[in-house]
Design a binder for this molecule. Sequence first.
Ligand SMILES: NC(=O)c1ccc[n+]([C@@H]2O[C@H](COP(=O)([O-])OP(=O)(O)OC[C@H]3O[C@@H](n4cnc5c(N)ncnc54)[C@H](O)[C@@H]3O)[C@@H](O)[C@H]2O)c1
Length: 304
Amino acid sequence: MSALEGRIAAVTGAGRGIGREIALLFAREGAQVVVNDLGGDFDGSGSGGVAHDVVAEIEAAGGRAVANLDSVATVEGGRAIFQTALDAFGGLDVLVNNAGILRDRTLFKMEEEDWDLVQDVHLKGHYCCSRPFAQYIRETSRPGCRIINFSSVSGLLGNFGQSNYGAAKAGIAGFSRVLALELEKYGCTVNTISPGAATRMTIPLAEGRGETVDPNDPKRGPQQVAPVVAWLASPAAQEVTGQIFNIMRGELGIMQQPAVIRAFKSEDVFRLDQLDELMPKLVEAKRVHDEQVAKGAEPEPVEG
Ligand SMILES: NC(=O)c1ccc[n+]([C@@H]2O[C@H](COP(=O)([O-])OP(=O)(O)OC[C@H]3O[C@@H](n4cnc5c(N)ncnc54)[C@H](O)[C@@H]3O)[C@@H](O)[C@H]2O)c1
């Protein structure tokens, strides 16, 4: 039996890039798929029908899919994506919050619209699409559901010129941690992907650094992300929740979450002269910790 046989999934931003690969693999693994995509430009302007192309591709290969062209950035859009799954397939088991745009600028040049649109599509988009699904899971006690969210090293580690996008992507990691707790008792897992893939979103950035990237290279293209998402959507992942998985350049890893590394305790409010001594110790503890984490993150080769 295929890994996602009988499952119903909605994948946002599935008309191109990483989302398209996820929708195609989900359908090959037996899922019925809502292919959502607004179909606009990479900066969030415009709209188009790319979702229909992916549905046609899935159907031509013998799979089942339906297109939805709503924006994830509105509450109405999120509800409509969920309703499309109910109308077409009679339920929903898996939501992949993948849709995204970029408006890269340093803060000096970042206008309010650049900030707001990126928050709306990424962070609010996760809220708009997840809420109807979460309510449905609670109301129907639907078992084994999954929410898979999309963060980025831009927010988890930091990246120049992306304060809007980085803030939204770090927010998504926080959103996912909370949602994992809230949905645990309903048996729904919530995990986060930190991807790296050659798509229209990243190819111009790589080319700007003088790199040539081939989206068909399995180590660089968006197809490397899809199996990780499919596994998280499958029954095999029932006990895995609240985690962040990093998949890029053919390397799969799990990321650390914020945690206190070293701490001091005082019976009174810390004095500034005490902090002169304690703060450098904390900063040093963090440096040593980062070194150890970096060593642990050296990828191990996988046979076969
Ligand atoms: N490619 C990478 O290296 C990379 C790195 C970090 C994070 N990500 C994240 O992965 C996800 C997928 O990115 P990608 O590289 O495949 O980009 P992409 O531009 O190829 O695909 C994103 C899709 O989302 C759709 N979309 C945009 N706004 C939408 C909206 N409001 N409603 C519905 N659909 C909308 C677009 O039309 C597009 O088809 C994004 O969330 C992105 O931020 C990608």
